[in-house]
Every structure is written in structure tokens, then in C-alpha cells.
Design a protein around this ligand. Sequence first.
Ligand code: JB8
Length: 237
Amino acid sequence: MRVDVVSIFPAYLDALELSLVGRAAHSGVIDLHVHDLRDFTHDRHRTVDDTPYGGGPGMVMSPVPWGEALDHVRAQVPDERPVLVIPTPSGRLFAQSTATAWSTDTWLVFACGRYEGIDSRVAEHYAQRADWAGVREVSIGDYVLAGGEAAVLVIVEAIARLLPGVLGNEESVRDDSFATGAMSDLLEGPVYTKPPEWRGLDVPDVLLSGHHGQIAQWREERSRERTADMRPDLGAS
Ligand code: JB8
């Protein structure tokens, strides 16, 4: 999968070189390219924003450098159509099902807004372009960030761990109960490792029993309890 990110803070995306996503990039599973939006300006001050039509607080990102940057990215692979992803608090919710769906795409281009966001004609224009595969405006949750960069870190990590050959622990993601069941309706219950007693706290006996049927039943009960407590909205009780 090719991933391009356009931002006025390209160093923010340095974290993609680390850990799981970095391993995917170094192994060639992800072909990662980060671009500085200001490289597509032409004025002395490398201006990317302007005042909002209709008035109101703050500034809006100009469509002009965005068009130049995205056309430059698009031209890097003439025979592939990218999806344009725009993080915004006004987008559709990005969920585990979104990560799964996008994990089979061949090319994602992320546009990181700042200020009050990107001139809305950018999304409208690229949605009409036959040489792009579409535009997806997404929110990672009901809170407001200062820009799209942190959302891109979240989205790319959620996708990267689903790609074949990325996790060291191959089976945990391929396992259906982990990849889908885990997030779609029930939360994971408690987990334990050695030592069997730590600061007066014991590991539950059933987990040391070797009775796999009882262990599975116990884990399902704990999952249902935790879901009812932490996430009653998931309706697991
Ligand atoms: C300016 O909360 B967010 C988000 C917030 C933003 C921009 C993009 C995304 C751009 N503020 O997901």
C-alpha cells in the first residue's frame, strides 16, 4: 500500500517511522511519502491560509496550494487511482470496520488541515476527478484536534496492523475473533502474565487450570461484564 501525507508540519509524521508502521515502511509493505504543503506555495511567506468568506473566527486553508500539492502527489503513480482522505471533526466516524475496508486499498493520500479547515472546494473537486478513486472525510472521535496530523497517525496505525506481514504476531490479527469480534461487539476482558502472585494479587485460578473450555467461558463472561460496565452503548448486556 502506498501512503502519502500532506501537512504544514511534516515532522509531526516522523512518528510513522517508528514501531509497527515504521517496520511496515522499512519492510516495503507500506510505501510512505510525507510532503510539506508550503513547498507548493509561491509567495515569500509561503502562505497557506486566508480569511473566511462570510466572516467568522480564524483562518481557512487556501485551495490553491492544496490543488498543486495533491496534483503533484497524483502524478507520482500515473496508472494507480488514489483515495483522498481528509480528517475533519465533521466527517464520518473512522471505526475498526473502516480500517478493515481501507486495508485493501492500494493508495491512500491524507490531507492534514489546520486552522478552521480546508476550503470545501478541495473535497468537492477531487470527488469529481476521474483520476482519483474518491474522497473520504473522516473523524476519529467526538473531540476537536488542532489539525489532522494526529488523526492520520491513528488511522495509518489502525490500517498498518491489518496488513499481511506487518505484525510479528501474525495470528492475532488474522484470527477473526481478534480482528472483528473483539471490536465489533465486545470489549476484551482482563489479561495476566507471570508471576502468578504479585503484590498480594493472584491470577484467577481458572487461567492456571488448563481447562480450555472453562477458560473460554470465563473470558466471555468477563468480556460481557466489562462491556456492560465500560460501554453500555454497545448493548452487550
Ligand atoms: C483543523 O479533530 B479532528 C481535526 C481537527 C482539525 C482539523 C482536522 C481534523 C483541521 N482542525 O479530527
